[in-house]
Design a protein around this ligand. Structure first.
Ligand SMILES: *Cc1c(COP(=O)(O)O)cnc(C)c1O
Length: 395
């Protein structure tokens, strides 16, 4: 059976077309032109309501949201900000962009923050960004308890966690600020885009101004207006706004989120159960209290040499499935040793060992069960090829 393009996206709901047509006809693409009710403002209101947050600010990307979050926290220059050693290169980059310094924390075999290393490094940092990498939630109870006791603000990088629950709470609403992405490989696809949510009026007021609400454009945001007045002319304008066109693409997808999350979890768990039967594959379980919203699957190869790992990747590619071993694929942006733009890049032995065996396969939420079975079968047979001496790939 031939496999579909695993990077294919779902069509944008037809409702977007009418709105985009209206915007193209009127030329009203800038979020602050209309006196009220612009698509970006409506998106902010709808997203805040969906998440149960007081405030939302839509911006150009999740990376921009992370950058603005750090700026809005008003950290001093060279403040140290802890992040997991397993995340996307844009995350430490947003910290450098905000004139702060990334501090990398070890990550366990289950892709989640190693709490012992977190405890050890916490006293040396002034803020924390928790990337729930590939939607794997770190232990937010432990992290929030530790950070609250130390009065350290927590930003949740929930770029890939829209729809994930932690003990019934929505991921992105647990820390001081939550940041999400609408880039094409996330649950809601606008090509590019991001949004941040918080319950802190003063913080969001600063972020709104810095995102580019120049002069009195902040009056078009439903935040307590006295939160803004004192900030007038006090903050740089970084112009990271979202366009009305992006908001028009995003808004009609919001009602589909719950179904996508359900389908994504079904797909993931279906493939996970099949793969877990192999003695050479371990799919880490969710943490207790975590209900995931995956659109891809990660698993670790067990008892396999580097050569066997390479053979597995090659055999899977032959079957039409692109598997990335995070640490083995050249210049992977999720392997910390490739973040050579960080001064004094540290070594993280646990995270490195995990990355050398952790595999990444996309599972778009719209794949039918038959295709999921074919994907699992192809991966299992690639393991077979790689681990059976007689069948070793290339011999
Ligand atoms: C995609 C992603 C980002 C970056 O999001 P952009 O919107 O592309 O800037 C950051 N962190 C994580 C965990 C991601 O998955």
């Amino acid at each position: 059976m031939s496999l579909p393009d695993m990077h294919s996206a779902e069509p944008i709901p037809a409702a977007a077309r009418q709105e985009i047509d209206r915007l193209l006809t009127s030329g009203d693409l800038f979020r602050y032109t209309a006196p009220e009710g612009s698509p970006v403002s409506l998106l902010e209101a709808e997203f805040a309501e969906l998440m149960g947050s007081k405030f939302a600010l839509a911006v150009s990307s999740c990376s921009a949201a992370l950058f603005l979050s750090l700026k809005a926290l008003d950290l001093p220059r060279d403040a140290r900000v802890m992040i997991p050693g397993f995340t996307f290169a844009a995350v430490p980059s947003s910290i450098l962009h905000a004139d702060c310094l990334p501090v990398l924390c070890e990550v366990d075999d289950n892709y989640r923050v190693n709490i012992d290393d977190f405890v050890e490094k916490l006293p040396s940092v002034q803020a924390v960004i928790i990337s729930h990498m590939r939607g794997h939630t770190s232990d937010m109870d432990a992290i929030m308890t530790l950070c609250s006791a130390a009065s350290i603000p927590v930003i949740e990088d929930a770029a890939h966690s829209l729809g994930t629950l932690w003990n019934g709470r929505k991921i992105g609403t647990i820390g001081t600020i939550g940041c999400f992405s609408f880039q094409s490989y996330k649950m809601i696809n606008a090509g590019e885009g991001g949004i941040m949510i918080t319950d802190d009026a003063d913080l969001v007021a600063r972020a709104i101004i810095m995102s580019g609400a120049y002069e009195h454009n902040w009056k078009k945001h439903p935040v307590l207006q006295d939160a803004f007045a004192k900030h007038q002319n006090q903050w740089p304008l970084y112009n990271l706004r979202m366009s009305n066109l992006s908001a028009a693409v995003i808004r009609p997808q919001l009602p589909h989120l719950a179904q996508r999350v359900k389908d994504g979890r079904y797909n993931h768990d279906h493939v996970a159960a099949l793969l877990d039967q192999s003695p050479h594959i371990d799919v880490p379980s969710p943490l207790h209290g975590e209900v995931r919203a995956p659109d891809s699957i990660q698993f670790n190869l067990i008892d396999m040499s580097d050569t066997q790992v390479d053979s597995f990747v090659a055999a899977a590619a032959d079957a039409g499935i692109k598997v990335q071993v995070f640490g083995a694929s050249t210049d992977n942006a999720r392997a910390f040793w490739n973040w050579q733009f960080i001064p004094d890049l540290p070594e993280l032995p646990k995270t490195r060992a995990m990355l050398m065996r952790a595999c990444d396969v996309r599972l778009p939420v719209h794949l039918p069960t038959g295709t999921l079975d074919a994907v699992a079968e192809a991966l299992l047979s690639a393991v077979d090829t790689a681990t059976t001496p007689m069948k070793a790939y290339g011999t």
